[in-house]
Design a protein around this ligand. Sequence first.
Ligand SMILES: Nc1nc2c(ncn2[C@@H]2O[C@H](COP(=O)(O)OP(=O)(O)O)[C@@H](O)[C@H]2O)c(=O)[nH]1
Ligand SMILES: C=C(OP(=O)(O)O)C(=O)O
Ligand SMILES: [Mn+2]
Length: 628
Amino acid sequence: MNITALEYLKERLEPEQFEKIAAIDNPELHEFLAKYIKLLNPSKIFVATDSPEDEEYIRKKAIEYGEERPLATPGHTVHFDNYYDQARDKANTKILVPKGADLGPFINTKDREEGLREIHELMKDIMIGKELFICFFVLGPKNSVFTIPAVQLTDSAYVAHSEFLLYRKGYEEFRRLGREAKFLKFVHSAGELDERKTSKNLDKRRIYIDLESETVYSVNTQYGGNTIGLKKLAFRLTIRRAVKEGWLSEHMFLMRVNGPEGRKTYFTGAFPSMCGKTSTSMIPWENIVGDDLVFIVDMKGEARGTNVEAGVFGIIHGINKEDDPIIWEVLHSPNEIIFSNVLIKDGKPYWTGMGEEIPNDGENHSGKWWKGKRDAEGNEIPPSHKNARFTVRLDAFPNLDREALDAPCGVKIGGMIYGGRDKDTWPPVREAFDWTHGVITMGAALESETTAATLGKEGVRQFNPMSILDFLSVPIGEYIQNYIRFGERLREKPKIFAVNYFLRDENGNWLNDKLDKAVWLKWMELRVHGDVDAIETPIGYIPKYEDLKRLFKQVLNREYKKEDYEKQFMIRVPELLAKIDRIEKIYREKVKDTPEILFKVLEEEKQRLLEAREKYGDYISPFQFERA
Ligand SMILES: Nc1nc2c(ncn2[C@@H]2O[C@H](COP(=O)(O)OP(=O)(O)O)[C@@H](O)[C@H]2O)c(=O)[nH]1
Ligand SMILES: C=C(OP(=O)(O)O)C(=O)O
Ligand SMILES: [Mn+2]
């Protein structure tokens, strides 16, 4: 380019749009925009500022271009992704690394030069005939220690619209920061669309993450987990920033648990996708701050956290009136909501597990749908996809802790929870002996069964430390080392807990109800303040029966039977030992840079379990430990 970036932009953009860009004093931004406008070659360009009119423009375009359709309730729309584009594509999501760099195991990488060449080829002229939307947002609250600005380029008004629901607007922040803005960049194209306006060339679906330039490219896909730049794509970049700078960027919800006499205690919870972040943070009795991504920093020795986002991209499967009354109400009110991959009949959305009668036909992610319809592979197509979602602002929720969401210094974190899908090993809730014990035996040792949130087989038990494995962008040992050190530096360390909502009996039935988590939360809140005693076991502290019995009555008005407690909180020594062996083996054999302390802490836990087995046998009732 012989002319400057700004001159080029002036040629390509309508004056009204160009003015919006020229008002931001940031040459790096101008270069980036010029480069990608030239490459993508859109036929039309729209720049969104923070004005309500610009947002309205995007909303309208999503409908005009057919990516969304209005539903009967005002504000509601539906979007469909291609039948084979319903979840995160792990196989085609890669971190680009320069020659010679090694991120170690579990991270899907690709040679940077090769990857950049491939993605730029795939994206060349891809927006001919399409409109490009240039949007500005921030991660975290504006003008705070947490703020990270980001710019999104996309030809999908659905993606842009989703981001307006999920993030804080950032145009003014870019103007304010000017050259100071250290921003993340996202370039997305849905690619060629079929007659249903879904991405067509799925064989060319690619999500490439360039750490060096902090840019993520996503092409030939629409599913939010693959496309919404500020969500799981930015997450790879912020994990790297966090590890380099000594803070935490985590796959966590952030919520307020209400204790006795108006006490407010904030908890984070790290669960893999589809394992309970949204449902836990939305539980009645408590207040939500965020349901997916949290930044945590050390502020004068306190761990303080903020929600990276301002909206919810939640799983709709199984949402029903009894278990999820708050979400249910929001989904049935005239809020601005995008429903994706649900069943539509007469302008109304339906989904599996909603607890209401579902029509026998309509339209869903497979196109025209009828009961019994089969896909090309011969599988019966359910009314809605398991990973069907709703996208809505947190503003819509009556249980939002607005003050905590907006707090420029975040909130003090009292407890951190880890959890996953585990049918037979961990009890429903337990507390770590200390920070290091928790981070290692609960966080770094987390395993969870795969779900429909990613393409591929479901129900496979997988190592998933801190629930971040799919998003890791630094060597795993380095990530864990940063975590441990972060806590060690704190003057006041959050208490660490682990939960398991997914225990099953011999016949595969759940051992717990969906709302039992309300009780575990109340118990953890009391423990953070030392209000109740607990039983010491080889794997941490577990609740006493009397405390749970009282809480079940208080919170759920239910009798909690002794037999249920005994079954749920039984210490399952063979399973626990087998798990330690699996985890130890992974770190020993695969993770070269594992901090030595990890092996020490796992070994100590193993010895405690072996001792207990000597005394009490393989399956130990919690009452045994209480008497001891
Ligand atoms: N059996 C069981 N399923 C649950 C429980 N809590 C949540 N789920 C299911 O887990 C799935 C994912 O939950 P969600 O909170 O959306 O997960 P997220 O992706 O981590 O936010 C949904 O299908 C829920 O119905 C629970 O306590 N027990
Ligand atoms: C968007 C996602 O979020 P969640 O963790 O809520 O499933 C995802 O996994 O792609
Ligand atoms: Mn969620």
